[in-house]
Write a protein that binds this ligand. Structure first.
Ligand SMILES: Cc1ncc(COP(=O)(O)O)c(C=O)c1O
Length: 458
């Protein structure tokens, strides 16, 4: 590899001179310099200085089968030699995209049998937004086009993704969102529940905010509700157990489509193929990406329910939408093999019955008692640690988010990659983690918390 001819300092200088990073303060980055990740194996990443770091984030919520899977490289290589690219426009298709679509229909909730491919979660949410509005137009209800989403939701970084999302800082830089998208409260009891309010009562209240938004607009003007089953980038916010069933009931009552964004939760993370199955609901669309290929190649898939697909097919007429790389044959070949690996190794089952419950238990038993921790929570292999200044009052350190960065920096320096978002540490490890890996992670997180405590209270 040619990068080996460069020192870290040289690479950092080139990076600073030419490379604009996602979600980055470039002034700050140019002072600090990038950490160069140069290789990875299994659950570990390695930087240019030889540091080994346990990857508690599976890259960016995506490397579910872990790093270094030769068969994914081989299948990509073979497909590249045979057919590196062809599009799915103009009445064409490629075998791997067709077969992957079939496979996804098999593992999706039973009301879902169609797939629209893209290359990223953001792209597929654009597709989802356009498709549900197109659906209602085909149904003769073009005014039924309002989308209800939630505050603090993350649905990607394209204009439609940001508009669907509820992140204030992102909206602040948008200069005009896609019209007719509104945001209701998030179902996050730790921050939003009233004192003394039960989980159940809070879950119903959070769902009722969706009903209120439907009634305010008039059901004839509301196309869909969109939500991440578990808010990911917003801080792994797990809703009360009754929330999603109630949301589904409300959507059906007012004939509002239910769109799930499973870009993070899809493909096994919560212990089912999709969180829709974990919560026992049947959405009309499911956005997926990331773990579809374990991040080895960019690929996303919007899973489309029978009702929406039937109208699209029966009413006919061109849906003026699609991407050059939709159904990319190499990415689809990798996606197929990736799902085969997840099946062969029983990873979804393992998360549901073994590592998921153990992960939640270890966070609760070993981490939640730490003086800096207000709450731990997990579902499947997705977890969060709330950083607080005072465990009893839940007072946070100021400025907001600053303490979590201290914990994160100590964690990375001590061989543990996790992410800080606001005052929350988040974890989304590869699904190949075992109980032993979870133990190592907890050791390293505890060490980081102790070091951070000394810094913050010392
Ligand atoms: C729930 C959710 N939706 C959409 C996206 C956007 O995906 P991408 O970054 O592939 O565009 C993300 C990315 O993290 C996500 O977490």
């Amino acid at each position: 590899m040619t990068y080996k001819n460069y020192s870290l300092k040289q690479l950092q200088a080139i990076d600073a001179a030419h490379h604009l990073h996602p979600f980055t303060d470039h002034k700050e980055l140019r002072q600090a310099g990038s950490r160069m990740i140069v290789r990875a194996d299994g659950s570990y990443i390695y930087d240019s200085e030889g540091n080994e770091i346990l990857d508690g984030m599976a890259g960016l919520w995506c490397v579910s089968v872990g790093y270094g899977r030769k068969e994914l490289a081989e299948v990509a290589y073979e497909q590249m030699l045979e057919l590196p690219y062809y599009n799915s426009f103009f009445k064409c298709a490629t075998p791997t995209s067709v077969l992957l679509a079939k496979k996804l229909a098999e593992i999706a909730p039973e009301n879902i049998n169609q797939v629209f491919f893209g290359s990223s979660g953001s792209e597929s949410n654009d597709t989802a937004l356009r498709l549900v509005r197109h659906f209602w137009a085909l149904e003769g209800k073009p005014n039924k086009n309002r989308i209800i989403s939630r505050k603090n939701a993350y649905h990607g970084s394209t204009v439609a993704g940001v508009s669907l999302g509820g992140m204030e800082l992102m909206h602040g830089q948008l200069g005009g969102a896609v019209p007719n998208i509104v945001h209701v409260m998030m179902p996050y009891a730790f921050e939003v529940a009233e004192p003394g309010e039960s989980e159940e009562a809070f879950g119903l209240r959070a769902a009722k905010s969706v009903e209120d938004a439907i009634l305010e607009a008039g059901a004839d003007n509301v196309a869909a509700f969109i939500g991440e089953p578990i808010m990911g980038a917003g801080g792994v916010k797990i809703p009360p157990a009754n929330y999603w069933k109630e949301i589904e009931r409300i959507c059906r009552k007012y004939d509002v489509l239910l769109m799930l964004d499973e870009v993070i939760t899809g493909y096994g993370r919560t212990g089912s193929w999709f969180a829709a199955q974990t919560y026992g609901i049947k959405p009309d669309t499911i956005t997926t990406a990331k773990a579809l290929t374990s991040g080895y190649l960019p690929l996303s898939a919007l899973l489309v329910g029978d009702r929406v697909a039937a109208t699209l097919v029966e009413k006919g007429g061109e849906f003026f939408h699609g991407y050059t790389y939709a159904g990319h044959p190499v990415a689809c070949a990798v996606g197929l093999r990736n799902i085969e690996i997840i099946e062969r190794e029983g990873l979804v089952e393992r998360v549901r019955t073994d590592t998921g419950p153990y992960f939640e238990q270890q966070l609760a038993e070993r981490i939640s008692g730490h003086p800096l921790v207000g709450e731990t929570r997990a579902i499947g292999l997705m977890g969060a640690i709330e950083i607080v200044k005072d465990k009893d009052t839940r007072e946070r350190f100021l400025p907001s988010g600053s303490a979590a960065v201290v914990v994160r920096d100590h964690a990375i320096a001590n061989g543990m990659m996790l992410r800080a978002t606001g005052d929350t540490m988040i974890l989304s490890p590869p699904l190949i983690w075992t109980r032993e890996t979870i133990d190592i992670a907890c050791d390293r997180i505890l060490k980081a918390l102790d070091l951070a405590l000394a810094d913050l209270k010392g």
